[in-house]
Design a protein around this ligand. Structure first.
Ligand SMILES: [Zn+2]
Ligand SMILES: [Zn+2]
Length: 394
């Protein structure tokens, strides 16, 4: 390998391979915990590079370990491998060959980029101090692969000191990188309530227990949690999305079902919201004589980016792409992301990689049946991953 060659040049030379891997994975998308084919491709590649490879972690997860020539820290790079239950609408020769399954979030690109970073960094093995773990996780789109990967020990033996991951963004032009310091995504919880009273005749309410009135009072009561119990400088939302109950105009309903969502930028705030919400709903509906079942489903916590690791990535991206191509994002990414679980365990940077190309029509949002991204971003992602690791470990 030519020592004078920049990592960006090395990554660009890999571009045909990156595109081939990405398109092959795109043609054969697999849902969460079923990424067997994808995992096999990843594991074979890592083995060919001479890495120590573990497979079958959290069902389909793969980890490759690259040992440097001298002792030093351990840094992990992470990609997600799963697709979504969406029917692809793109007419391209690499379109999904699986009915109703599609890589509509760019995880095919994430997987290809991490395979590429492993190839670049394996060539620099002799100048690396420490070790690099390449973590390929299943099921980011749900129910979540990060947690079972952590339980399977991927952050141990050797313990991981820092972690980096990226997400392709079709709302950021190709060639640009954005980094959000601190909280980088939202955390969410969904809920379902069943308020049960006692049905009866609409003209004889005193012989019934009306869950519609209790539900109406509940909707109003929970509004004051955000306005009266949350610090005005912290963000929180409670939304009741659906309400369903009753039979006809002159009948008192037996029960009412409601569903909704709670959001926040901080896990502690979300936990407080859930606690207050549950308490308020129980007390209000009890006051109206009803029984209430509350089911809360926790989503992912927020990704929290570490300042030191963000600086490493920012410096690497600036040195490769120029300062004007790298920005600090002002707002967290809307939506939640499984990488959050890793970011809570170890200092991390989850950065945004631009993959938008308006001329070529790569502008569609994630999870849209026409989602596609500019493949020119692939070598840039590989270069930023690789340079950040070399800066951290050399
Ligand atoms: Zn997604
Ligand atoms: Zn995604």
């Amino acid at each position: 390998m030519d020592r004078t060659m920049s990592v960006l040049t090395e990554a660009r030379l890999l571009q045909p391979k990156l595109v081939a891997w990405r398109r092959d994975i795109h043609r054969h998308p697999e849902l969460g915990f079923r990424e067997h084919r994808t995992a096999r491709i990843v594991a074979n590649h890592l083995s060919e590079l001479g890495l120590e490879v573990q497979t079958g972690l959290a069902v389909t997860g793969v980890v490759g370990l690259l040992k440097g020539s001298r002792p030093g820290p351990t840094i992990a790079l992470r990609a997600d491998m799963d697709a979504l239950p969406i029917q692809e609408a793109n007419v391209v020769d690499y379109a999904s060959g699986e009915e109703g399954i599609m890589h509509a979030c760019g995880h095919d690109g994430h997987t290809a980029m991490l395979m590429g970073a492993a190839e670049v960094l394996a060539r620099h093995r002799d100048r690396l101090c420490g070790q690099i773990k390449f973590i390929f996780q299943p099921a980011e789109e749900g129910p979540g692969g990060a947690e079972p990967m952590i339980e399977a020990g991927v952050l141990e033996d050797p313990p991981v000191d820092a972690m980096i991951a990226l997400h392709l963004h079709t709302d950021i032009p190709t060639g640009q990188v954005a980094i959000k310091y601190g909280v980088a995504s939202t955390c969410a919880a969904g809920f379902e309530l069943t308020i049960t009273g006692k049905g009866g005749h609409g003209a004889v309410p005193h012989k019934a227990v009306d869950p519609i009135v209790a539900a109406a009072a509940t909707v109003m009561a929970v509004q004051s949690i955000v306005s009266r119990q949350i610090d005005p400088l912290q963000a929180a939302v409670i939304t009741i999305g659906t309400m369903e109950g009753g039979y006809r105009s002159n009948v008192i309903a037996h029960s009412v079902k409601m569903t909704g969502t709670m959001r926040s930028l901080e896990w502690d705030v979300l936990l407080f919201l859930i606690e207050q919400f549950t308490f308020t709903v129980r007390q209000v509906t009890k006051a109206y004589g009803c029984q209430t079942e509350i089911e809360v489903e926790h989503g992912y916590p927020a990704v929290v980016n570490d300042e030191t690791i963000c600086r490493v990535v920012e410096h690497a991206a600036r040195s490769l792409l120029g300062s004007s191509s790298v920005s600090r994002a002002g707002q967290p990414m809307l939506g939640s992301e499984d990488f959050a679980l890793f970011s809570l365990k170890c200092p991390s940077c989850f950065f945004r990689l631009g993959a938008q190309n308006t001329d070529r029509g790569f502008t569609q949002a994630w999870h849209h049946p026409s989602f596609d991204f500019d493949e020119e971003a692939l070598s840039i992602g590989v270069a930023v991953f690789s340079q950040a690791v070399l800066d951290y470990c050399c």
